[in-house]
Design a protein around this ligand. Structure first.
Ligand code: NAI
Ligand code: OAA
Length: 327
């Protein structure tokens, strides 16, 4: 039996938490031979703590063979103690008519506190995924609040956008979603993100040529993927939860176990490539293996793409300026 991996999940009694924890405990994220210890954080209020107790009772009632232990707490220093993976989900979600950046100041405090706590007590090579919105800037805040941890291990979730884009492309082109390779979603997890299918292939054939409809790309595909979160809120009355949990599992699974050569999108601190200033957490294409991600380099950036990539960058720089006083 392998040594258990410690996984922290914040906002564990929320919508995404409820769709996430059971799948982690069943081995869908780290493998069917990998025991896990779940370390769950919720707000220090009675209702949230009671709900967390309920979730823990249900986890117990599943009798998951891989669930080697559980901790439920309202203290980040307890939740993050020695964790190998931290999934920072807990934050306020937006409602109808709001943009994710409207949550910035309200949620920013959470990520300074949690970055500091990770810095103090987490494993020195903890892998951090920020889901709570605005995810890129929250990841930036956590990273800056944890100076003793490797900055490159702070990542933001763009995988839901990547998966949404894959499904839109598959249905437009009439191809199986699992056969699409080399998709990219650049930038911020916000409507300015740029889903870029210029390099995408299916069975080695260019998807862009197969679709052959640039108007669709500009007027339907890009805005649809960018506004999909709002479309779900409109339809469901609350934001995406099961698909967000699924994307979080995809992100961490690929990071830990490898993407098998497939390009996936991760929000990672920029190394300065593609004209993105160093440190900005920006969605880029990567492959993953042996617990590390590697950027896809030297892709050609045409004028249309440059404009899109700069627009989403400008928004991230604006968000960064808006939280500078907290760091
Ligand atoms: N990056 C992405 O693609 C996506 C991000 N999100 C974001 O994920 C976040 C969570 O969404 P839901 O689970 O639907 O919200 P929710 O409101 O159902 O659950 C959030 C939970 O976090 C808890 N919480 C709040 N502050 C906390 C703190 N400081 N420490 C620990 N727990 C805390 C709350 O008590 C609540 O139980 C939201 O910010 C939402 O906008 C949602 C979908 C996709
Ligand atoms: O749209 C929202 O507020 C929730 C979210 O991030 C998404 O579904 O992409």
């Amino acid at each position: 039996m392998k040594q258990p991996v410690r996984v922290a999940v914040t906002g564990a009694a929320g919508q995404i938490g409820y769709a996430l924890l059971f799948r982690i405990a069943s081995g869908e994220m780290l493998g069917k031979d990998q025991p896990v210890i779940l370390q769950m954080l919720e707000l220090p209020i009675d209702k949230a703590q009671a709900a967390l107790q309920g979730v823990m009772m249900e986890l117990e009632d599943c009798a998951f063979p891989l669930l080697a232990g559980m901790v439920g707490t309202d203290d980040p220093l307890v939740a993050f103690k020695d964790v190998d993976i931290a999934m920072l989900v807990g934050a306020k979600p937006r409602g109808p008519g709001m943009e994710r950046k409207d949550l910035l100041l309200e949620n920013a405090k959470i990520f300074t506190e949690q970055g500091k706590a990770l810095n103090k007590v987490a494993s020195r090579d903890v892998k951090v995924l920020v889901v709570g919105n605005p995810a890129n800037t929250n990841a930036y805040i956590a990273m800056k609040s944890a100076p003793d941890l490797p900055a490159g291990n702070f990542t933001a979730m763009l995988r839901l956008d990547h998966n949404r884009a894959l499904s839109q492309l598959a249905s437009k082109a009439g191809v199986p979603v699992g056969e699409i390779e080399k998709l990219v979603v650049w930038g911020n997890h916000s409507p300015t993100m740029y889903p870029d299918y210029r390099f995408a292939t299916v069975g080695g054939e260019s998807l862009r040529h197969k679709i052959g409809d640039e108007d669709w790309n500009r007027d339907a595909f890009i805005p649809r993927v960018g506004k999909r979160g709002a479309e779900i809120i409109e339809a469901r009355g609350s934001s995406s939860a099961a698909s967000a949990a699924n994307a979080a599992i995809d992100h961490v699974r690929d990071w830990v176990l490898g993407s098998g050569g497939k390009w996936v999108t991760m929000g990672v601190p920029s190394d300065g490539s593609y004209g993105i200033p160093e440190g900005i957490i920006y969605g880029v294409p990567v492959t993953t293996s042996d617990g590390a991600y590697e950027r896809i380099r030297d892709l050609e950036i045409d004028a249309f793409s440059r404009e899109r990539m700069d627009k989403t960058l400008a928004e991230l720089e604006e968000e960064r300026a808006g939280v500078a006083h907290l760091l």
